[in-house]
Design a protein around this ligand. Structure first.
Ligand code: 5AD
Ligand code: SF4
Length: 350
């Protein structure tokens, strides 16, 4: 099987369809080697702060979708956000991710601008800031960039527009074309831009996943966060009886992506930890190089359940940090403390 310099759908499919455990091991090992040769063996940590679980959208798979009435909705106060940001800084994290559902009302977007500026000021510009706040008008992306955010995550969720339409309500708020445009806008503005997909969605096929990887390669991004699809019983898709994804398929996706894009940042996501307690560490051994430990205050964590069985909802930031560090140490994985850990991939603008 060809593993170096892969580029075709057939080569990707051969990886994703591999079932033999020995061969899967060879694939992930080669992806790890490619990572080390291109960007080194260190991983970078981003402290994740879940600003708010309010969302105007209704993605059919997501536990905090607007219409789920069983969720207690919260907004962290500015002081709570700043406190978590300073905790992350003092803990030696080089950067932060501010994540929330999607909201576009002006008072909200203006508040984000203020928060980004405030965190930058309080940390003397030291903290790298990544935003994961959904689709916004280009002017808002520009405003947040000018305020000091320099990375943005916006998953395409699926590169197949038909599949996308089956896992989202059919209305203008959930448009695949608009989402692609938003990713292009982010790149054009100058953000280190991240995208990604869910793996094992209802109706999704292995060729769809191969196309997802080709889409990611073709659109050209600095970072990717992918994770297994996990069911949530309060969602329309959660009622279909489709079970969550295997870690093996997830690891094969990570490895294939690393082989396709040797220099980008690839996250080992929290969803991987749901299907295997060492899921994130195994993803690091298959080519991932970013982990985003949860820094959100314990009081609100349980309300940010995009999927069920989210790990660590009773933990605080210090415990999330120490548990992860212990696991990483056991596996001999080195952390890049106090570094932004920007992607070293050269990405053409839109
Ligand atoms: N399972 C796995 N991932 C999910 N996301 C949302 N709902 C689920 C789910 N049920 C992911 C989406 C979104 C990210 C914030 O969380 O990919 O972009
Ligand atoms: Fe909102 Fe994101 Fe959940 Fe969709 S996936 S409902 S945009 S929080």
């Amino acid at each position: 099987m060809k593993l170096r310099d892969i580029s075709t759908k057939e080569e990707i499919l051969a990886i994703l369809e591999e079932q033999n455990p020995g061969n899967i091991e060879k694939i992930t090992q080669e992806a790890y080697n490619v990572k080390v040769e291109n960007i080194g063996s260190k991983i970078f940590l981003r402290g994740l702060i879940e600003l708010s679980n309010r969302c105007c959208k209704n993605c059919l798979y997501c536990g905090i979708r607007h219409d789920n009435k069983n969720v207690f909705r919260y907004d962290l106060t500015d002081d709570q956000v700043i406190e978590s940001a300073l905790f992350a800084r003092d803990a030696g994290y080089g950067s932060l991710v501010l994540q929330a559902g999607e909201r576009t009302a002006r008072p909200y977007t203006a508040r984000v601008t203020r928060l980004v500026k405030r965190i930058k000021e309080l940390t003397n510009g030291e903290m790298g800031i990544t935003l994961s706040l959904g689709e916004q008008r280009r002017e808002i992306f520009e405003e947040w960039f000018a305020a000091g955010a320099h990375r943005y995550l916006l998953r395409i969720e699926s590169s197949n527009p038909y599949l996308y339409s089956r896992i989202h309500p059919k209305n203008a708020l959930h448009s695949w074309d608009r989402r692609v445009q938003a990713i292009l806008d982010l790149k054009d503005i100058g953000y280190q831009t991240g995208t990604g997909v869910m793996i094992g969605l209802p109706y999704q096929t292995i060729p769809d996943l191969a196309d997802d990887l080709l889409f990611i390669k073709n659109i050209g991004v600095h970072m990717v966060g992918m994770g297994p699809y996990l069911t949530h019983s309060d969602t329309p898709l959660g009622h279909l009886g489709v079970t969550s994804t295997s870690l093996d398929l997830t690891l094969k996706m990570v490895a294939a992506l690393r082989l396709l894009m040797p220099k980008i940042n690839i996250a080992a996501t929290t969803a991987m930890q749901v299907i295997d307690p060492y899921g994130r560490e195994k993803a690091v051994m298959a080519g991932a190089n970013i982990i985003m430990p949860n820094m959100t205050i314990t009081e609100v964590r349980e309300n940010y359940q995009i999927y069920e069985n989210k790990p660590g909802i009773k933990d605080d930031a210090a415990l999330s940090k120490s548990k992860l560090e212990e696991n990483l140490k056991k596996m001999g994985i080195e952390i890049g403390w106090r570094e932004w850990g920007d992607s070293r991939a050269f990405v053409k603008k839109a």
